[in-house]
Design a protein around this ligand. Structure first.
Ligand code: TXA
Ligand code: MG
Length: 322
């Protein structure tokens, strides 16, 4: 079972070092416990999806220590500034366009051009952000399909794999439900009700659209209409290329003609960490399409195949809320 450690300065240093080396640390926020990774490392972010056993790549919330850091990652609008001033630090997540120089992993944002970002209020979360010096991607620290944890014991009960090196104990979370998620890349739209009541947001910025009538928390990922899809067609389970295609390989049996290999070793966690970056790299107008070798459906392979199927069909995430 993962070690539960009181969040003293020594533990914070150990946690920060683990994060910098690409491992995962569970930590308390004012809403729920998060499973954190250095958001700038693709492989560390892939380990979050693996540890949670998530069948899909939903975009993750990026936690930062201050507004100046947030401004390096996303482009603020006047409304975003107003909300940040009123509710940060606190349980409000803002979805904003990524900056051109945003260092956050593409996998953390599920390949989208936007990013969900918040400044948590919990002193331990804030201390960890400060000591580690990196933005933290952190979904709730539960295995996929289970309820969010609000104590260190809940997190320990999830029995994550060895990539989760420790659980920083900060007692019970005060808010107990996840942050409110507001999309500001379009006219303000509530994607997930949460720790900050809608009325409070409306009192600050005026009208807010509700994404759907039954916008319960778990539906938020499924309600996203915009998602990253390549401009050229994808062809799955390919062994070789057709005229004009480039081959995205997987595993040691990839032919030398493959343009890139998601994981020469055949490791699905490594493949997940390369997925969005490699597809973006290959997605050029001068090709007729991207042929992708078969990827096993074990572990993160399930999420990879799910994502590829959607991209190949050109569907939205709507058809499969989690
Ligand atoms: O309270 C919380 O927010 C907790 C604690 C740990 O901070 N974190 C959390 O993270 O709930 P996560 O990653 O499980 O929630 C992500 C939510 C999902 O509903 C997702 O669809 C939405 O944010 N989201 C993330 N990025 C998005 C984006 N670029 N566009 C639209 N929605 C996005
Ligand atoms: Mg969750």
């Amino acid at each position: 079972m993962t070690l539960i450690i009181p969040a003293n300065p020594e533990a914070l240093n150990t946690a920060a070092a683990a994060l910098k080396s690409g491992r995962l640390v569970a930590f308390p926020t004012e809403t729920v416990y998060g499973l954190g990774a250095d958001a700038t490392q693709e492989l560390a972010v892939a380990r979050i999806f693996a540890a949670k056993n998530r069948p899909q790549f939903n975009p993750l919330i990026i936690h930062v220590s201050d507004v100046a850091t947030a401004e390096q990652l996303v482009t603020f609008t006047p409304i975003a500034r107003r909300l940040a001033q009123a509710f940060w630090p606190g349980p409000l997540t803002l979805v904003l366009p990524r900056t051109a120089t945003c260092p956050v992993s593409l996998l953390a944002g599920a390949g989208l051009d936007s990013l969900a970002i918040r400044i948590p209020a919990h002193p331990i979360a804030r201390a960890l952000l400060k000591v580690s010096g990196c933005p933290l991607a952190a979904p709730s620290a539960n295995r996929s399909g289970r309820v969010s944890p609000t104590t260190a014991d809940h997190v320990a009960g999830e029995e994550f794999g060895p990539d989760v090196v420790m659980i920083l104990d900060g007692g019970a979370c005060q808010v107990g439900i996840e942050s409110t998620v507001l999309d500001l890349t379009i006219s303000p739209t509530l994607l997930r009700p949460g720790g900050i009541p809608l009325e409070d947001l409306i009192a600050t910025i005026g009208d807010i659209r509700i994404a759907t009538e039954d916008s319960a928390a778990p539906r938020s990922p499924g309600m996203m209409e915009r998602h990253y899809a390549p401009s050229r067609p994808l062809r799955l389970n390919a062994r070789e290329t057709l005229q004009g295609e480039v081959l995205l390989g997987f595993g040691p049996t990839a032919p030398p003609t493959a343009a890139l290999n998601l994981s020469a070793a055949g490791d699905v966690v490594e493949a997940a960490s390369n997925l969005f970056a490699m597809i973006r790299h290959l997605d050029r107008p001068n090709i007729s399409g991207i042929a992708i070798m078969p990827i096993p459906i074990t572990g993160l392979g399930q999420a990879i195949n799910d994502r590829l199927r959607r991209a190949a069909r050109g569907t939205t995430l709507n058809d499969n809320p989690q």
